[in-house]
Design a protein. Structure first.
Length: 320
């Protein structure tokens, strides 16, 4: 059993015009390294030059090749990129694609092509996990019916088989706005996907904000969990709020009708997630893989990384 600690870059990108200069990237990556983390998780995005770390095209544009960017990561004392988070619903300005609806089987060929593109670059960056938003948000159509769920499961099975051939494991991520919160969708999708090719990411704060106990989730799905996002939450998002139109902006970013200022927080600050219990559950399950610490929505990302790093080094890592 071996837990490796990575850190998510997403908290450094609150606005489209932030975090675009190489000196900003160097400061962030070195902060992650000195805070005790081995690697970084990247977030797939596509706003042209405003997202220089967002996809293989922009990484090549800014660093020559993916291998060139890995060299930059090593210069910042990181081994590489552990993983990439990918929401298939977002398109790419580089090729004018509009994104994919995993409920639609006719869109599968394009999704397979994009997933293979990302996985190939990720291998060059030293990573092995393509973390995918498992289903569209609830406001885009509500709960998945049986036919839709079969299509979603078939899509991720196909993607998982394709990326496995490239050395990358595809793993399903639940977010608290997901349609999978409805009608037991998450459990149904886990049961419908092929364990040989599709894993499950336990995102502790997204689970907690969905009203799911992350420790219980880890214990119940220990055989399927192959990636972890570790962060804290203080609020449960009720189902009526996830149905609000454009909830990613109105609720996640804007706080929703209750004006929630931040959904996610640093570890060990008294929220809904017992990080020590999560790590103990992972150890008990002989978990072998990445634990990616996050603090997206932090107003002070460097401070949050250092606080999380202290918690990992002094509290969590000694449990492993």
């Amino acid at each position: 059993m071996s837990i490796r600690w990575s850190y998510a870059i997403n908290q450094w990108k609150p606005n489209i015009d932030d975090f675009v200069r190489r000196r900003d990237h160097e400061r962030a990556l070195k902060t992650i390294s000195i805070s005790g983390f081995e690697a970084v998780e990247l977030n797939v995005a596509s706003f042209g030059p405003w997202e220089p770390l967002g996809n293989p095209f922009q990484i090549a544009n800014n660093f020559g090749t993916a291998a060139g960017f890995r060299g930059f990561l090593r210069d910042c004392a990181l081994t590489g990129a552990s993983s990439w988070f990918y929401d298939p619903g977002f398109g790419f300005v580089e090729d004018r694609s509009t994104g994919f609806d995993v409920r639609d089987p006719e869109q599968l060929p394009g999704l397979l092509e994009k997933a293979a593109w990302l996985a190939g670059a990720l291998v060059e960056l030293g990573g092995d996990r393509l973390v995918v938003r498992a289903a569209p948000p609830a406001w885009q159509g509500g709960a998945l019916d049986e036919a839709q769920l079969r299509h979603v499961a078939a899509a991720w099975n196909a993607v998982g088989a394709r990326t496995a051939g490239l050395g990358v494991r595809t793993t399903l991520h639940l977010d608290f706005l997901s349609a999978l919160r409805l009608d037991d969708g998450l459990e149904r999708l886990i049961d419908a996907t092929d364990p040989a090719h599709v894993g499950v990411t336990a995102d502790t704060a997204e689970l907690a904000a969905s009203g799911i106990d992350p420790v219980d989730f880890v214990r119940r799905h220990a055989a399927r969990i192959d990636h972890v996002h570790l962060k804290d939450a203080r609020e449960v998002c009720p189902l009526d709020e996830i149905a609000i139109p454009v909830a990613d902006l109105q609720v996640r970013a804007g706080g929703g009708p209750r004006g929630v200022e931040r959904w996610f927080f640093e570890l060990g600050r008294g929220g809904l997630v017992d990080a020590e219990a999560v790590v103990r559950a992972l150890v008990a399950a002989d978990y072998d893989g990445w634990v990616v610490v996050e603090s997206d929505q932090s107003p002070h990302p460097a401070e949050s990384a250092m606080l999380n790093g202290w918690t990992v080094q002094k509290v969590l890592a000694p449990l492993c």
